[in-house]
Design a protein around this ligand. Sequence first.
Ligand code: 13P
Length: 251
Amino acid sequence: MRSKLVAGNWKMHGGIAQNRVLLDMIVTGTAGLRGADCVVCVPYPYLSQVQSLLQPTHIFWGAQNVSQHDKGAYTGEVSAAMLADFACRYVIVGHSERRALYGEDSRTVALKFRAAQGAGLTPILCVGETLEQREATVTEQVIAEQLDAAIELLGVNALVKSVLAYEPVWAIGTGKTATPQQAQDVHAFIRNRVAAHDIGVATELQILYGGSVKANNAAELFAMPDIDGGLIGGASLVADEFITICRAAQS
Ligand code: 13P
């Protein structure tokens, strides 16, 4: 039986003082959570703060991006080993904002996935189609290309210690959530595609939904059979919202 996971993606938000307040509220508000894990993926400069605040708690932390390289002359980049130094458990790779704004293609994302696992981190691999692609009915081809790049480079067993996140680009930060059925259809497609390689890996794979998940729609999304939690943007910055979403993921 897969457990649920709720991951907050703070994106480029935060500040030392406000992080402390937010995290205190989240820690208190999610005490005693059963059958679900919570993680916050924060900007790099706050990893040290988040590590010291969350180490004694049940909340995990991670980063939002990682270099595909181990070390070297890559100005501005951060390696997976550096993230491991701050005890990150997770790192997001291939977020649509990275793909669209920073030109990361599926092969680069697969290399980042490999780098993360090489340092003992669990990558959260994001896939998702744009509105244009959905309207052109190529959603499944787009997702397949994004997923297959990792499977081809690393083999299907690499998915064992990873998380997938389906984030339709048209639902991110727009307030337009995919309906539970729309999300479920894509999640089932992803799971079936992995199952074509290995049914065991597919059965255990956590697949999160992301895109305008809020306190008022999380429960119906998480009730779908192939939705194993959420990747939360805006609502992860609002304590009450994030706490309610985490609670909606409880078994
Ligand atoms: P929103 O929840 O703000 O739509 O963002 C989703 C997202 O991009 C999480 O990675």
